[in-house]
Design a protein around this ligand. Structure first.
Ligand SMILES: [Zn+2]
Ligand SMILES: [Zn+2]
Length: 320
């Protein structure tokens, strides 16, 4: 399986400002200490050797959109955040090289940050494309039509030329879709959200965003442990720190890095990707949370195998 992260930010797209880029360049130049680089390749090799990701990179600012390859030749896409626009551009190039123009979407839920990319998804305007939108919500079509009503957007939903169908999935069932086995689980979130588990070729990926896990609800936690069981990768909502998620931001419908590590360890998952980054966090803040998560994983591991903790960024690809 191959997992591509096209959008990893939560709630609202953000972009690095000029001052942020300037600070990164200034710090990298100071750290280089007068070294000379013959060409761009040498300079990039130096950047790759820097210990901090945030020194010369950004986690990105597009909202949630993740592509999973591993079933048949059709596209499998989780969520339609603003990262979907870039995926659409890339999809045109891949389809020109022969990939079928069939797109399977799986929606965590219908909040704006998870559907806002669809009106900008180029293949939706392609009369030769087939789009199937799977969701746990029976009102998914209503949400997508509403964001393209004339008061909000110039092109109506019926102006899209692709053949678009909606399919409601039910938790507890196993579905064979796009050459993979797909299951879903209801999550605690405003208007509900759904986590997905995709299995194919002996590998399993869980996509679980916008999910609040409550320390006082053990029954629910056990259901998630079972859902994440032995997954090769769990993509989890880690919008807040633990302190925030149990105090001021309790009931906001999101989880912390600590809860995600704990759940993935209990489930015997192999990798965790921190995801749905808080829009007010800068790259250094997200990297600090990543380091804390790795440290907590070590402290909490006991005699269990190591959980590899990744921090998702726009453009990250993970081969399983
Ligand atoms: Zn969200
Ligand atoms: Zn949400």
């Amino acid at each position: 399986m191959l997992v591509r992260f096209w959008g990893t930010r939560g709630s609202l797209p953000v972009a690095a400002r000029a001052a942020t880029i300037e600070r990164k360049i200034a710090r990298a130049l100071v750290a280089a200490g007068g070294q000379r680089f013959a060409d761009e390749a040498e300079a990039r090799a130096y950047i790759a050797s820097l210990p901090d990701f945030s020194a010369a990179h950004t986690y990105g600012g597009a909202t949630t959109c993740v592509e999973i390859e591993g079933g048949d030749d059709s596209f499998v896409i989780c969520d339609m955040g603003s990262g979907l626009r870039e995926l659409g551009i890339d999809a045109f190039a891949r389809c020109a090289a022969g990939k079928p123009r069939e797109y399977n979407f799986f929606l965590s839920h219908l909040h704006w940050d998870h559907i806002m990319g669809f009106p900008f998804f180029g293949p939706a305007f392609d009369p030769g494309a087939r789009i199937i939108i799977h969701s746990g919500h029976p009102d998914a079509e209503q949400a997508l039509r509403r964001q393209q009503e004339e008061i909000s957007f110039p092109v109506p939903f019926d102006g899209l030329r692709a053949a678009i169908t909606f399919r409601t999935l039910v938790p507890g069932q196993r579905y064979d879709i796009a050459g993979m086995t797909v299951q879903l689980i209801e999550q605690y979130h405003s208007h509900a959200s759904y986590g997905y588990r995709f299995e194919g070729g002996g590998k399993a990926v869980c996509f679980s965003t916008d999910a609040e896990h409550r320390i006082d609800d053990m029954e629910n936690e056990q259901a998630f442990e079972a859902f994440f069981r032995n997954a090769d990768l769990c993509i989890c909502d880690t919008m807040y720190s633990l302190a925030e998620s149990v105090s001021i931001k309790a009931d906001w419908g999101h989880s912390s890095n600590i809860v995600a590590v704990d759940l993935c360890q209990a489930a015997g998952a192999k990798r965790l990707a921190l995801f749905h980054h808080e829009p007010t966090y800068g790259d250094e803040d997200i990297e600090r949370m990543h380091r804390e998560s790795i440290r907590f994983e070590e402290l909490n591991r006991g005699d269990r195998p190591r959980l590899d903790v990744l921090c998702a960024y726009d453009g990250l690809e993970v081969a399983l």
